[in-house]
Design a protein around this ligand. Sequence first.
Ligand SMILES: C[S@@+](CC[C@H](N)C(=O)[O-])C[C@H]1O[C@@H](n2cnc3c(N)ncnc32)[C@H](O)[C@@H]1O
Length: 251
Amino acid sequence: MPDPALRTGFVSLVSAGPGDPELLTLKAVRRLAEAQVVLYDDLASGAVLDHAAPEAQLIPVGKRAGRPSARQEHVNQLLVQHAEAGLRVVRLKSGDAGIFGRLEEELIALTAAGIPFEIVPGVSSASAAAAAAGIPLTRRLTARRLQFVTGADVTGRLPADINWAAIADPGVTTVIFMGQRSFPELVRGLREHGLSGDTPALFAESVGHPHQRLIRTTIDELARMMEKAEVSQPGLILYGPLAFDATPQIG
Ligand SMILES: C[S@@+](CC[C@H](N)C(=O)[O-])C[C@H]1O[C@@H](n2cnc3c(N)ncnc32)[C@H](O)[C@@H]1O
């Protein structure tokens, strides 16, 4: 009877970065090349998958691939099943795996099943968006805090328990993930809580992809744009005392 411990595989929860394969870490590239199975999200697909071995099994587990209600549970099961079959598994997540990526649910499932794992950190779309626009995320005198906020709860709407005092703070760089649809409502709240409509804003769409789009504007103007916009691509919104004046030529 083979020792069951020897049959247990290993799961690497790997950050894919925003999409540009040059923003993968060396560790991510190595794990992809060694993987026998790669479970990947919609936003962690495309050119980054070219680093997987030709014989690896590539399994899409993004929203479009699964039943929305059972999706996360299904991903957890697939991770455990493949690892229990003794395989080297990569779970590829967009940006940095630990940011708004439902990493926790997968860690709990792996721990409960006794599967060894590691987390490979990476470049968040937030860092990549600021870099693409040629601005820093913090500023020594005017933006001494940086906050990452989700613009959508499980129903897709603006979270009801949002901390308005924190996100209307003019001395902070705020990055809104998954917030394109709710941004007009968010800006109404920000204005009510005292933030100026002229506050600089950056809209960063499809960062690190060939069709990347960057728009420098203000929160009021961006809210007007978002009222009419069709959302079909991933996008981030940064606002606060952004250093647009430092690099007028980029973005
Ligand atoms: C589920 S969250 C994952 C975030 C990811 N872990 C990260 O660190 O970038 C997905 C959201 O991240 C943002 N996002 C991810 N990739 C992006 C990209 N390449 N360009 C712009 N926004 C992106 C969008 O707001 C998208 O709706």
